[in-house]
Design a protein around this ligand. Structure first.
Ligand SMILES: NC(=O)c1ccc[n+]([C@@H]2O[C@H](COP(=O)([O-])OP(=O)(O)OC[C@H]3O[C@@H](n4cnc5c(N)ncnc54)[C@H](OP(=O)(O)O)[C@@H]3O)[C@@H](O)[C@H]2O)c1
Length: 426
């Protein structure tokens, strides 16, 4: 099997290292040797710490698709458009299997590329695109294939998990911890894709398709990142017995499919609450298997290359399956449930002046919108200054809670926008 690798950055170099290090093992597992015969990058002169001698260099990655010596294309560049999309399209049209780590591409064009792969009787594989080294795509598509999935959720972004874990451990604020994460290389110079939840949403859109057999629909994912999570929220979460995690949740309800990425309060004793630092974790719930948990490194050279190689081995050995587990023309759209219809419990933090009658007014706003309060606590005692009033609710539809918070925001004694974090029922 002769590989052409487009993108020889973190992941591409990792793949070359595995091929160098485990040549004999890979040949035994595949039934034939694996060889990297061609590569493409932007800068030919860059020292990448691996030996590229003997490999054909392409300035234009798309040319890999038409190189007769390349049997399989590995797209490890990134981005939902441009050269990555063009290369995958051309390679599939040429009947060449494609392995990619590119979640952005699959989240936006997954269904179209899956269809193209089938039309050309070839494979599109992407284990590395979701949760890095964790073989969650294979687990859902194959290991749990006998189940109807009820819910799939997880920590899908290591940068966010690192920041939230550090905030809890040090008591620091989001901005300071993000700056440290950038210095340590755990966050990009432009961290927005990660901290604003977009990266997790890309992965969630793919997982939704796999689990529920729907066309990939990134646009209907509700996305909220972690920028607004404060040290105070983390402190109150601890008092209520929770930790805060950025979760991606895909769930089938009687109304349709929920796809949402947002910070969640998770009970401290759950598996997901105990996933710390840069680690990822996914929980897949099936009707026969019940709950299954997968944890591991969601990024980095080794784990991501490990996942890419697993796809290469599968395809080379002839173990292929439709991209999203069922033929692309069998993917069926289901109604998408907007987040305002989500029913759950909530954590709310209000910042109000410490005056007589404030709690009565807050209670009235909740009563008027039929939101039932589970517990309430007030911290601080200073009539001249604002205090935090923190409460948790019983199950309620989100739009009712939002209306109640709107009323509270208009009170004279309210001094900052109310904060709300969903409590995950795990
Ligand atoms: N890094 C991870 O831990 C990780 C985890 C899971 C998934 N992924 C996904 O894997 C993919 C690659 O990520 P990465 O971290 O390896 O990125 P990276 O280190 O930035 O490497 C990207 C590579 O693409 C090359 N490239 C960029 N534009 C190109 C073009 N127009 N033509 C040819 N080559 C081009 C770059 O070339 P030069 O080196 O010459 O600039 C570089 O070698 C992305 O889709 C990413 O989302 C990464």
């Amino acid at each position: 099997m002769r590989l052409g690798i487009a993108g020889i950055g973190t992941v591409g170099v990792g793949v070359i290292k595995i091929v160098e290090k485990h040549g004999e093992l890979l040949a035994n597992r595949c039934g034939e040797p694996i060889e990297v015969v061609a590569v493409s990058g932007r800068d030919r002169t860059k020292d990448r710490g691996v030996n590229l001698d003997g490999m054909t260099w392409y300035d234009n990655a798309v040319d890999l698709a038409s190189d007769p010596n390349v049997d399989m294309v590995l797209e490890l560049i990134g981005g939902s458009e441009g050269v990555a999309r063009e290369l995958c399209t051309k390679a599939l049209e040429a009947g060449k299997p494609v392995v990619t780590a590119n979640k952005a591409l699959l989240a936006v064009h997954g269904t179209e590329l899956a269809t193209l792969a089938e039309q050309n009787n070839t494979s599109l594989a992407y284990e590395a695109a979701v949760a890095g080294g964790i073989p969650i795509v294979k687990a859902i598509r194959e290991g749990l294939a006998g189940n109807v999935f009820t819910r799939v959720y997880g920590i899908l972004n290591g940068t966010c998990n690192y920041i939230l874990t550090e905030m809890e451990e040090t008591g620091g604020d989001f901005g300071d911890i993000l700056a440290d994460a950038q210095k340590l290389g755990y966050a990009e110079a432009d961290p927005s894709f990660d901290v604003d939840g977009v990266d997790a949403a890309h992965k969630l859109a793919i997982l939704t398709s796999l689990a529920f057999g729907t066309p990939v629909d990134f646009d209907s994912v509700y996305i909220e990142g972690i920028r607004e999570v404060t040290a105070l929220d983390i402190q109150f979460a601890q008092e209520f017995g929770y930790r805060i995690r950025l979760l991606g949740v895909a769930r089938q309800t009687e109304k349709g499919i929920e796809q949402r990425v947002h910070p969640c309060m998770v009970k401290r004793e759950t598996a997901i609450a105990n996933v710390s630092g840069v680690f990822n974790a996914v929980v897949a719930e099936g009707d026969f298997v019940d709950s299954t948990v997968y944890e591991g490194r969601g990024a980095g050279e080794g784990p991501t290359a490990s996942a890419v190689m697993a796809d290469v081995i599968d395809i080379t050995s002839g173990r292929t399956s439709p991209t999203f587990g069922i033929p692309a023309n069998k993917l069926t759209d289901l109604p998408k449930v907007p987040v305002k219809e989500h029913v759950g419990c909530y954590y709310v933090r209000l910042t109000v002046l410490d005056q007589p009658g404030v709690i009565a007014d807050i209670s009235a706003a909740f009563r008027d919108e039929q939101v039932s309060i589970e517990s309430l606590l007030q911290r601080g005692r200073d009539p001249e200054q604002s205090v935090s009033v923190v409460l948790t609710t019983h199950e309620v539809q989100e739009e009712a809670l939002v209306r109640a918070l709107g009323r509270i925001e208009n009170f004279d004694h309210n001094v900052a926008a109310p904060r709300m974090i969903r409590i995950a029922k795990l």
